[in-house]
Design a protein around this ligand. Structure first.
Ligand code: FAD
Length: 304
C-alpha cells in the first residue's frame, strides 16, 4: 500500500497510509457468485483491513452470508467480518450463529439491530426472547467471545427512528460501552454532515474510529431510492450530475467514479485515513477510487 500526503493543520505535510475495507452482499445465484468472486479477486491485492458480508433483512441470508464468509476464510488471506442482525431471532438462535462463526475462525462481526420486520418506517418490535437492542447484541457477543472484534453502525444524518441527534448518539455510546471497537457510517454524500456528526460524537467522549461508508453510485436511480429509504439525503447537485444519463451506463460510470473519488479525496485532505466501501459486489469503480487515493496492489496480498 502506498502512502499519501495529508496537509496537517499547521500546514506541514504528514504521511499516512489509508486503511480500507470493502462490503459485499451474499450472492443469490451461481452467476452472481462468479461475479462476486471476480470482484473479490480483483480487490484483494489492495490489502483491505477486512471485508464484510451483509446479512439480508430479518436474517433472510443467514446461510448465504455464512457460506460466503466461510469461503473467504478458506480460499483467501482476507479477514472477513460477518454482519449480523438480532431482529426476529431469539438469543439462542443468535448465540448459535455467533458460535458457528467463532468455530470456523471468524473474529470480526458487524453487529446490528436490523430494520423492523414490518418494514422501514414502522415501529420496531424485538423478539420476545431476543437481544432487545444492538448494544445488547454487542454485549452478548463480547461476553461469549471476548476475542471477536465488533463493529457497529453510525448515522451522520441520524437514524430515521431517532428523535434527535442526542438520542441517536446515546445509542452509539451504549454500543461503545458494550464493547464496539469501530463504527461504520451509513452512506452520506455531503462531507460536512460527517464532520459535524464527528464533532458531536467526540464531544460525547466517544473515541472509537467512525469510518465513513462510501458508496459509488453505479446505478444512480436505483441507488437513490435505496439510500433515501435508509435516511440518506441525496443533494440536488449530485442528482444534476447524473441528469440525462439514464441510458448511458458508460458515462454514468465515469461520473460515479469522479464523484466518489472527489468525496474521498476531500475527506483525506481533512485527515480522514480510513474508508469503508459499499462495493455493490463490483470492483471497477472502487479500484479506480482507491488508485486515486494512492493505494496500490500489494503483490503478496493476492486473494488465493
Ligand atoms: P441502532 O444503532 O441500534 O439504532 C438505530 C436507531 O434506532 C438509534 O439511533 C435510535 O434512534 C433508535 N433506537 C434503537 N434502539 C433504541 C432504544 N432502545 N431506545 C431509543 N431509541 C432506539 N441491515 C441489515 O438488515 N443487514 C445488514 O447487513 C446491515 N448492515 C449495515 C451496515 C451498516 C454500516 C449500516 C450503517 C447499516 C446496516 N444495516 C443492515 C441497516 C440497519 O440494520 C438499520 O439501519 C436498522 O434500522 C438499525 O440497526 P442498527 O444496528 O443500526 O440500529
Amino acid at each position: 500500500m502506498s502512502e499519501f500526503a495529508i496537509p496537517a493543520p499547521d500546514g506541514q505535510r504528514v504521511l499516512k497510509s489509508p486503511n480500507i475495507s470493502f462490503e459485499f452482499f451474499p450472492p443469490k445465484t451461481e452467476e452472481m457468485e462468479r461475479s462476486l468472486w471476480d470482484t473479490i479477486n480483483r480487490l484483494a491485492p489492495l490489502a483491505p483491513n477486512f471485508v464484510s458480508v451483509t446479512y439480508g433483512a430479518g436474517g433472510s441470508t443467514r446461510e448465504r452470508t455464512h457460506s460466503t464468509i466461510a469461503r473467504i476464510l478458506a480460499e483467501t488471506r482476507l479477514t472477513p467480518a460477518a454482519h449480523l442482525t438480532c431482529v426476529g431471532a431469539s438469543r439462542g438462535e443468535i448465540d448459535e450463529i455467533v458460535d458457528r462463526y467463532h468455530d470456523i475462525g471468524v473474529r470480526h462481526i458487524v453487529a446490528l439491530r436490523g430494520d423492523p420486520a414490518t418494514g422501514i418506517g414502522t415501529a420496531y418490535v424485538g423478539h420476545p426472547d431476543g437481544y432487545k437492542t444492538s448494544a445488547d447484541l454487542v454485549a452478548g457477543i463480547k461476553k461469549r467471545h471476548p476475542d471477536i472484534e465488533v463493529s457497529v453502525s453510525a448515522y451522520p444524518e441520524k437514524h430515521p427512528e431517532a428523535l434527535d441527534f442526542d438520542a441517536d448518539i446515546d445509542r452509539l455510546k451504549a454500543k461503545v460501552d458494550a464493547g464496539a471497537a469501530r463504527a461504520i457510517t451509513q452512506v452520506f454524500f455531503d462531507n460536512d454532515l460527517y464532520f459535524r456528526y464527528l464533532d458531536r460524537v467526540r464531544a460525547r467522549g466517544i473515541e472509537i474510529p467512525i469510518v465513513p461508508g462510501i458508496m459509488p453510485m453505479h446505478n444512480f436511480k436505483q441507488a437513490r431510492n435505496f439510500v433515501t429509504r435508509a435516511g440518506t439525503t441525496v443533494p440536488d447537485w449530485l442528482a444534476e450530475k447524473f441528469e440525462g444519463l439514464d441510458d448511458d451506463a458508460e458515462t454514468r460510470k465515469l461520473v460515479a467514479a469522479t464523484v466518489a473519488a472527489g468525496q474521498v479525496q476531500k475527506l483525506a485532505k481533512h485527515g480522514v485515513d480510513t474508508f469503508h466501501f459499499y462495493t455493490m459486489n463490483r470492483a471497477d469503480l472502487v479500484l479506480a477510487i482507491c488508485h486515486l487515493l494512492g493505494i496500490r496492489p500489494k503483490s503478496a496480498a493476492k486473494a488465493a
